[in-house]
Design a protein around this ligand. Sequence first.
Ligand SMILES: Cc1cc2nc3c(=O)[nH]c(=O)nc-3n(C[C@H](O)[C@H](O)[C@H](O)COP(=O)(O)OP(=O)(O)OC[C@H]3O[C@@H](n4cnc5c(N)ncnc54)[C@H](O)[C@@H]3O)c2cc1C
Length: 489
Amino acid sequence: MKKLIDLSKKPWFLGSLVIIFMMIVLWNIPVEKRKYGLTQTGLVTDYTGLLPKHVEKVVVADNRIDLQKIVKEANRNGQKISVAGLQHSQGGHTYYEDGVVLDMRSFNRILEINETEKTIRVEAGATWEDVQEAIQPYGLALQVIQSQSIFTIGGSLSVNAHGRDIRFGSMAETVKEMTLLTSTGEIKEISRDDSEEWMKYVFGGYGLFGVILDVTLTLTDNDRYVIHTEKLKTSEYPSYFNQLLANDDTAMHYARVSVAPSSFLEEMYMINYDYTGEKDDKTLLKDEQAVRLTKLALDLGRRGGALENLFWETQKMYISSINGKEITRNNAMRSESTFMEYTKPDRIEVLQEFFVPIHAYEAYMQDLKSLLSANDQKDDFKVHNITIRYAAKDNFTKLNYATEDMLGLVVLIQHGLKDDEITGATAKIQYWTDLTLAYGGTYYLPYYRYQTKKQFKDAYPSWEIFKDEKLQRDPNQVFQNLFYEYYVK
Ligand SMILES: Cc1cc2nc3c(=O)[nH]c(=O)nc-3n(C[C@H](O)[C@H](O)[C@H](O)COP(=O)(O)OP(=O)(O)OC[C@H]3O[C@@H](n4cnc5c(N)ncnc54)[C@H](O)[C@@H]3O)c2cc1C
């Protein structure tokens, strides 16, 4: 009989087997982009795929004269138009049944960079990534963007997004001028002090007031930051954050709250980007790294229970390992996103965001503990991640979520797609929204419509003014989407 290999004498052989096994496992982690969007047959969906609808046609935006013709024609013949960027919104904001969808993604030219005035004029279908690539060689950076740079400018301004910057206010405030195609087909040049106040409605206006063709954005320097990380108890966070705001050492900040059973809503870690006083026009923009490995870690954590504990401990170890490292502003504003793709059949991962006034945060988090299960391993409704962001009071846009200085809880939720699972998730999110409203808070509108119509109206009391203005500025209701139809119309 042939002698079997004695593994103890051949550690290199065992090592190679382990490496081959690991490579096969990593290679088989699915990271393909989710199948959603405008390219699928007659049915259109957005990021979650929860609201498929038939649309009449999708028009790829190419030049402003063609777009003008389409809008004029629709205004005459009663067609409905929706505007789509990258469709990362999740509640049918980019399409309407049997309507025309303007696909803005190819409307993405950089029109002008003014190095002295630190401004850029860019078409609205460009992504933040396109802008970063254009301005990085000039040592310039954006003032406010989401945590990732994958979104279009038109889509981001239409939800008035927020990110990790704590100094520049709302995204809407970073726009100096814009060109707008209105519902009558007029192309208007609009500045911040325009007496007709278009910007107040277009930013945070979900594509309902016209098509943003281009914007002039105010930029800032591509500063070099030193990362400072820290662990805290949830109860210590409001005073920590108020101090951070009051002293001027930190440019950007976000925090994460534990959803691991062993420290559920009790522990947090902070990531601050502190000024070094240096600027940078040399460091290249970073690409996504180790996507498969980070997705494996995330997928393990998504299982809940002990694996979620392990995931939280690993995150903490990673976060303390980056303490003291340096990073440019541009690179701090382009977090990885591909690894987040959720690829489990028959389940979905959605985002929700709840805003509470800073002073209410501690009591709110205590109450939240009685609403959510600390260990959701066996539950259908799972909360996998809660990130905390600052949203400065927004006095500018009409449908504003930051009615005072707020802390936003960005929540990643997973649930099943059977009817009873969707109903269960809806009930849970509605309770969560009630709790938030009871603390003087609001919730974010670009996501799936779990909230009731009453909750929408309570959270956004200016919705009636928004609607009146919509009807005045777009009397034939040319610009339509499923969000408007459900909540506002
Ligand atoms: C993984 C993920 C992370 C996110 N992180 C953040 C975050 O950190 N902070 C945050 O605030 N939000 C965040 N969001 C929400 C995100 O900012 C919005 O969904 C944003 O709208 C996405 O941009 P988009 O290009 O995909 O817009 P789309 O979804 O395509 O469009 C959004 C809205 O803008 C309108 N619109 C698009 N282009 C135009 C135009 N040219 N003119 C007029 N209207 C237009 C559409 O009609 C629609 O109503 C996140 C979403 C996801 C999925």
